[in-house]
Every structure is written in structure tokens, then in C-alpha cells.
Design a protein around this ligand. Structure first.
Ligand code: SAH
Length: 399
């Protein structure tokens, strides 16, 4: 088994539950470990500290599976982890939701692995190729413990580029079950959605925004809504289901906008939306917001849910400036007394800094605000370490 030595400071961090060891933090330089090997970390007194998955292709060289007490990493170990994760989600299913996250990576004890469920389809997404040798064990476990028709494998860009990926485990392949021949539907808070689990972003849908969408639904009655970065239109459908008067979507991706139209049709089969009620703009959010502003368009509810502006730590400042710029543009098209919702999914942007950037944006737009509430991940996206808490949201009344 691979042995790893780390500093005393990092030892403390790992003991408190931090799940990553980066390559530059490893003290013994010559390690003959292969992708997916189990690696053990001993503390300075040579006592077992942790065991994890070794990934020589990633900056995160070790992802911790277990701390303090040595255990056998076998199918029983994974089964226990899965059962705890499933238990945590029991109440979600009872709420009329069949699309939710079953395993949220490190935060559910499966570092670098996400499992999303869309009704009877599972989507397993890997952020480290170190899980490849365990796919058979995991597939069997999912098949036996979760009653679904199939499981699709999705790979992060880095994992897909790994030389170790065989055809049988390439992006979009089926790990088990029936081939996809029809659209995949699921429910979120009682609302029907369609999802493209093969080519959609992440695993096809942003399940983490469920609670914020529910808030949007409750705030939408009679409102004109602007949904910026609308993707497949989830916020729009919620807005209409909450009685919104109109929704305008902005997204740069025409495929996402087409999927959004499908979702809307699927939810409101008997309704024909006029252009005044529902419309879409394909283009850059910043450009389009500025056009809307100069043409005098104003909205009761503005939703700003952009992609991560800071993909790396060093982009943090630029990202904060972008959030401020975006909120400034958003606040300018919000009616007096209207509501602005802003979200950030950048891991590298901390919540306090994000909220400050939002307030600054509102201020720079020459507007005031009353904070309504702050929000984060839905319950099926728990976090156990700081990097696991990536989603920040805030609802403000713009005055
Ligand atoms: N709010 C969505 C998720 C947003 S994902 C939901 O609840 O499902 C981010 C979206 O922003 C993607 O659809 C992407 O196409 C879009 N996007 C990225 N950069 C953009 C830009 N500069 N202008 C407009 N849309 C952009």
C-alpha cells in the first residue's frame, strides 16, 4: 500500500475532516502509487491517520476516504456510506421530488464523486479517475440499493482526458440498465422537468438551486421576471407556476434555451404563451442587460445565477468585480420595490465577500436595498468542509 507523509499542521487539518492532500504537501517524494491505489497517511508518531484514493494525475493527490480508525475499504464500507447518504435524502422524496443528489462527493464520504438521481436514471459523475477501478463495486451497489432503471457515467473534462479511460468507461456510457431511448423526466417540488443526462452541464440539471427556486415560486405572483443565465429554464418554470405575469430569459447557449422551451411546454401543456408572456434572448448577459436598461425595460423580479466566475483561486478578485458589475446591471433593470436574487457557485469566493460584492453592485447602480434573506445549498448538497460550501444566494428588495 502507498504510504504518505505530511506536515504536522496538515495532520491537524486532516484529523478535523479536511479531505484533500495536494501533491506539494506530500513529504516523501518518491511514491510508486498508481491511479486508484489506496494510500495510507501515518502521523508523526507513525500511527494511522487516514486512508484515501491516490491520483497521480491530479493536483489533489490523495482524497481521504476514512480518518482515525483503520477500516477495510471494501463493498461493505461503500454500502454503509451509501446507506447513510440515502437516509439523509428520505424526506426529499416525500416532498414530490424525484430529482436530487444522492451522493455529494467528499461531503458524503465519496471524495471526487457525485451521484445524481433523475427519477429512474442515475448519473454518476467522476471528478477523479481514481474511482475507475471501483466502478464495478459501485455499479453493483447502486443497482442493489437504489431502485432505478439505469446508471449513466459522466466524467469531468480532466478525467475524460485521462489515458486510463477505456471505451467501456468513457463519457456518457451506461454502467448498467436500459439504453436511453426516450426523454428523461423527473419532478422537483412537484414540477415536471426533462433532463439531458448525456450532454447537459454537470449531470444535466442544477439540483443545488432547488430551495432558491421554491423561494422564487413564492415571490412570483403577478410579477414580471427576468431570468438571466436561465440554462434549461428551471427558475422560469417555477416563476410561472407561482403565477408570474411574464418571464424573459437570457442565456448565451441556444441549446439550453431550446431545452427551456421544452420544459415550459411540458409543464404547461394547455397554455400558449404569447411573446409578452414568455420570451428569450440569446446572447451575453452583460451586453443584453445593458441593452434592456437603455431601452427602459424594468422587471419586478430579477434572477442572476451565473456560472462560476472564479474557476481558480487567483481569479477571486476578478470574479468579485464581475459579480459587482453583474448586480449593478441587474439592479438597474429592477423596478423600485422589485426583488433581485443573486447567486454565486464559485468555490473560491467566500460568502461574505460575495454579499459585499452584491451590495456594492446595488449601490453603484444608484439604488438602495433591503435584504430579504440569504440562502445556500439544498439539503441533498450537504457540506462538511469549507470548499464544499460553494453556493451562496441572496434575495434583496431594491428600493
Ligand atoms: N440558472 C440555471 C443554471 C445556470 S448555469 C438553472 O437554474 O438551471 C449557467 C448558464 O449561464 C449556462 O446556461 C450558460 O450557457 C450561461 N452563460 C454562461 N456565460 C454566459 C454569458 N456571458 N451570458 C449569458 N449566458 C451565459
Amino acid at each position: 500500500m502507498v504510504r504518505i507523509k505530511i506536515s504536522k499542521t496538515l495532520e491537524q487539518k486532516i484529523r478535523r475532516g479536511y479531505p484533500w492532500i495536494f501533491h506539494y504537501q506530500i513529504k516523501n517524494k518518491k511514491i510508486e502509487g498508481e491511479l486508484g491505489d489506496l494510500a495510507v497517511v501515518y502521523d508523526s508518531k507513525n500511527i494511522f491517520l487516514a486512508i484515501g484514493l491516490y491520483d497521480p494525475e491530479s493536483d489533489i493527490r490523495l482524497r481521504v476516504l476514512q480518518i482515525s480508525k483503520p477500516v477495510e475499504i471494501d463493498s461493505i464500507f461503500f454500502e454503509n456510506r451509501l446507506l447513510s447518504a440515502l437516509q439523509l435524502r428520505n424526506s426529499i422524496v416525500a416532498d414530490g421530488t424525484t430529482g436530487y443528489r444522492v451522493i455529494n462527493g467528499e461531503n458524503d464520504g465519496f471524495p471526487g464523486l457525485v451521484l445524481d438521481r433523475y427519477d429512474s436514471t442515475l448519473v454518476l459523475k467522476l471528478y477523479t479517475a481514481a474511482w475507475i477501478p471501483y466502478l464495478d463495486v459501485l455499479s453493483t451497489l447502486f443497482k442493489n440499493k437504489i431502485s432505478v432503471k439505469r446508471c449513466v457515467l459522466r466524467l469531468s473534462r480532466k478525467v475524460a482526458a485521462s489515458k486510463t479511460i477505456s471505451r467501456e468507461h468513457s463519457e456518457g456510457t451506461l454502467l448498467f440498465g436500459k439504453k436511453i431511448t426516450e426523454p428523461i423526466y423527473f419532478k422537483e417540488n412537484g414540477i415536471d422537468f426533462q433532463v439531458d443526462v448525456i450532454s447537459g452541464q454537470k449531470t444535466g440539471f442544477y439540483l443545488d438551486q432547488r430551495d432558491n427556486r421554491q423561494k422564487v415560486r413564492l415571490l412570483s405572483e403577478g410579477k414580471s421576471v427576468l431570468n438571466v443565465f436561465s440554462y434549461t429554464g428551471a427558475f422560469s418554470v417555477y416563476a410561472f407556476s407561482g403565477g408570474a405575469r411574464s418571464v424573459l430569459e437570457i442565456d448565451s447557449n441556444p441549446i439550453a434555451l431550446a431545452a427551456s422551451r421544452k420544459n415550459l411546454k411540458g409543464c404547461f401543456i394547455n397554455r400558449n404563451f404569447s411573446m409578452e408572456e414568455f420570451n428569450q434572448i440569446t446572447g451575453d448577459a452583460f451586453d443584453m442587460l445593458s441593452k434592456l436598461e437603455s431601452s427602459g425595460q424594468r422587471y419586478d423580479l430579477v434572477i442572476l445565477d451565473p456560472p462560476a466566475f472564479a474557476k481558480r483561486k487567483k481569479q477571486k478578485m476578478t470574479a468579485l468585480n464581475s459579480y459587482t458589475k453583474l448586480v449593478r446591471a441587474g439592479a438597474r433593470v429592477t423596478k423600485k420595490g422589485g426583488i433581485l436574487f443573486g447567486a454565486s457557485c464559485s468555490v473560491h469566493v467566500q460568502s461574505d465577500n460575495f454579499y459585499k460584492a452584491v451590495f456594492l453592485g446595488i449601490d453603484l447602480a444608484g439604488r438602495g436595498y433591503e435584504e430579504i434573506c440569504r440562502s445556500g445549498h439544498a439539503q441533498d448538497h450537504p457540506y462538511t468542509f469549507s470548499e464544499g460550501e460553494y453556493l451562496k444566494g441572496i434575495f434583496c428588495k431594491i428600493v
